[in-house]
Design a protein around this ligand. Structure first.
Ligand SMILES: [Zn+2]
Length: 256
């Protein structure tokens, strides 16, 4: 992701991320999560760090936190355990505190990277393990909010199909930066930094062009059997989009 020199990226969370992204973090605090018996301790420490960061009034472009306690409790107990309930309460409290500390220009995005089975584990392909939540909040309305509400029926398919991989595209959209070259996720118009549907249309097209460029490069190198069909389909979609002139269409037609 291309950010300006003075745009700080902060990270607080599981130590497994640090070896991969250390060079991108301006500041980080890592926690060891191998001991799943340590339940709420890690998240309490994290809140302390987040608070001190906000107290200093330090400006950052992106702050990422990884809350571990609900997952840890899941591995140790089953989903009906009072421990899970208690950990969810702790996470709720942390979110409350973050919302209180946030200024009007910040967007809070919360998502889970997996769900849990009845016995509190994950890693398989059942719906309980795969399904999770995606939530975004800011203190001022999202620029696209009115337009989104007016045409909510047209967004149903997109709303129902936000995937973990889409978080990359959505984050780029929120930060108003380029989509990373190897991104395979799709943005969501509601989180666009502009309320002008024509600008959002362009952002969507950028997203498709970026995925197309990556897919073409990927296929050039791998020559996978599915390549001709998939690249053809995406190219056709892009041609359709490019053939459409948003300046001569109504907002609803563009949304469609
Ligand atoms: Zn886990």
């Amino acid at each position: 992701m291309e950010l300006n020199e003075d745009d700080k990226i902060l990270f607080y969370g599981d130590h497994c991320w640090v070896p991969y992204f250390r060079s991108h973090f301006d500041d980080f605090v890592e926690y060891g999560s191998s001991d799943t018996r340590v339940l709420d301790e890690l998240d309490h420490q994290m809140l302390k760090n987040l608070k001190s960061r906000f107290d200093e009034g330090s400006h950052f472009k992106l702050m990422a936190s990884h809350l571990l306690s609900v997952d840890n409790a899941g591995h140790q107990f089953d989903v009906r355990s009072p421990h899970i309930e208690r950990m969810i309460g702790i996470v709720d409290h942390i979110i409350e505190q973050i919302v209180e500390m946030m200024d009007d220009k910040t967007t809070l995005v919360i998502f889970g990277d997996h769900g849990l089975t009845e016995d509190g584990n994950h890693g398989g392909e059942s719906r309980l393990e795969m399904a999770s939540a995606f939530f975004a909040f800011q203190k001022t309305p999202f620029p696209m909010y009115d337009s989104y509400l007016k045409n909510k029926d047209l967004y149903k398919e997109m709303d129902d199909s936000v995937r973990l991989g889409d978080v990359t595209a959505i984050t780029s959209l929120l930060l108003n930066t380029q989509y990373p070259f190897s991104n395979m996720g799709k943005m969501h118009p509601l989180l666009a930094p502009s309320g002008d549907i024509r600008v959002v249309h362009e952002k969507f097209l950028d997203n498709m062009r970026q995925m197309n460029a990556y897919l073409k490069e990927y296929c050039r190198r791998t020559q996978n059997l599915w390549c001709p069909e998939e690249t053809g389909l995406l190219q056709k979609k892009i041609d359709e989009f490019e053939g459409f002139d948003p300046s001569r269409a109504t907002d609803r037609q563009i949304t469609e």
